[in-house]
Design a protein around this ligand. Sequence first.
Ligand SMILES: Cc1cc2nc3c(=O)[nH]c(=O)nc-3n(C[C@H](O)[C@H](O)[C@H](O)COP(=O)(O)OP(=O)(O)OC[C@H]3O[C@@H](n4cnc5c(N)ncnc54)[C@H](O)[C@@H]3O)c2cc1C
Length: 494
Amino acid sequence: MMKSILILGAGSAGLIAALTLKRKVPNVSVRVVRSPEIGVIGVGESTTVNVGEHFFEYLKIPRRRFYELAEPTWKIGIHFLWGPLPQFDYAFEPQMGFRAPGLSRPNGFYCEDRFDSMNLQSELMAHGKAFARQPNGAPDIPPWAAFHLENVKLVKALETFAREDGVEFIDAKVQGAERGPEGIAAVILEDGRRLEADFFVDASGFRSELLGKTLEEPFVSFAGSLFNDRAVVGRWDRTDEPTLPYTTAETMDSGWCWRIDHERTINRGYVYSSGAISDDDAREEFVRKNPKANVFDRVIKFRSGRYGRAWVDNVLGVGNSCGFVEPLESSGLMMVCLQCNSFAEMIVNADPTPSLRGYYNKLWAASWDEIRDFLTLHFWLNTRLDTPYWQHCRHDADVSRLTALLEFYQENGPVDFSPYQYGNTANAYGIDGFLVMLVANRFPHRAKYVPTSAERQSIANRRIQYKALAQSALTVEEALAYVRHPNWRWFAES
Ligand SMILES: Cc1cc2nc3c(=O)[nH]c(=O)nc-3n(C[C@H](O)[C@H](O)[C@H](O)COP(=O)(O)OP(=O)(O)OC[C@H]3O[C@@H](n4cnc5c(N)ncnc54)[C@H](O)[C@@H]3O)c2cc1C
């Protein structure tokens, strides 16, 4: 019976784990030990749709308080400056594999000439609008809306909620751990104190103090298919720029650059491969393309991959301590929430047996491996630039796990199913994410379909409807004013 849990680390991963366990596992005591000297990573700002779902639906954090404390803005998709098209939008709504009324094939078959405006979200993105209006004029914010969040504000908000729930915090640096029959018996602090628990969560970020260092779980590197390992980051204060309701991912000479719009600042980060460009040259390219940015001194170094297992004996790794890929599809917080959710559901319903751990680890590893494949596809398909870095991505990335998917696509086109079984793992992209990349990057298929004139008319009519809705829709600023008004009511509020 698990009675006490000690979480090492109070970044977003440790705090989401603390909140999830405290709220879902009755009668367990949860303590968090974290080092103010080491601090948190300070990046990790763009989410997928499952993050809000985890916070509001699963953990029942009141939206109103979350908005007050974390001050999020919204993200309704990713705007790609990527591949052969001048741009394309990956909107968070079924896009390519979805068959709209009046069409005999899924949307992707009708995107030979134009990729845009196949759903309302992408039309909103094209207009820089966040939400369509409800009949009363207020923003129609979907319950699953994704966010742009400032890491430090998110961490403070989560800590406030965790303290209110009775989670205890200990400010100290862990310098080692004592092994015991169950795995780990206690962590040892720098001041000599010894903290025991039945169960430990390693949320120590890239340091992976327990899973990597103490338990020496082998690391599975993704370096054969994902070549980036560094980021240079900068930001500037917003002046008159509108707040964009999407993340931008822009092709750079030796990697790619994100743009994330917060309410008062605009953040950009160049993710690159140290094998292709030096830190100084990456910084120079970043500044040249973002002259307003104040660049942080620190270069962030990372490695892509996951540990063999996330749950080893009485230790669960969560967040960067157990798996990481570059933030091209914002997988970090997504995986933290999915991991915490599935772990809580398992231990509430069953004892933590070896077979339960085995099942958890299989699901978790398959999810990371699928994310690796998804990102690999982004790089492998991107023909926009012909620099040595992009040639390397196109020619040398290991795409062997994608072969079945690609062959199926070549024969059948953008249909919403695949023998590869994407979708049986836990992530928010599904097969539609892969189809967006394949269609937008003009990967060829042989299942050509010539739309009838009635279908062309149906698509044109839908585009007119979407355009009208987008023109009268609300910007991020307008929608924020609504949700901050004292009369605003979120879904479940009376
Ligand atoms: C360049 C970059 C961009 C990213 N962008 C995104 C994004 O857009 N979206 C997204 O979802 N994710 C993103 N991520 C991932 C993001 O960092 C994580 O999703 C998230 O912030 C979780 O971090 P963490 O809690 O695992 O680690 P951290 O924030 O690093 O927290 C680690 C904690 O452990 C503590 N700690 C470590 N060692 C010790 C010790 N010995 N003793 C005591 N305490 C210790 C630290 O003090 C800290 O509290 C990005 C990551 C990088 C590198």
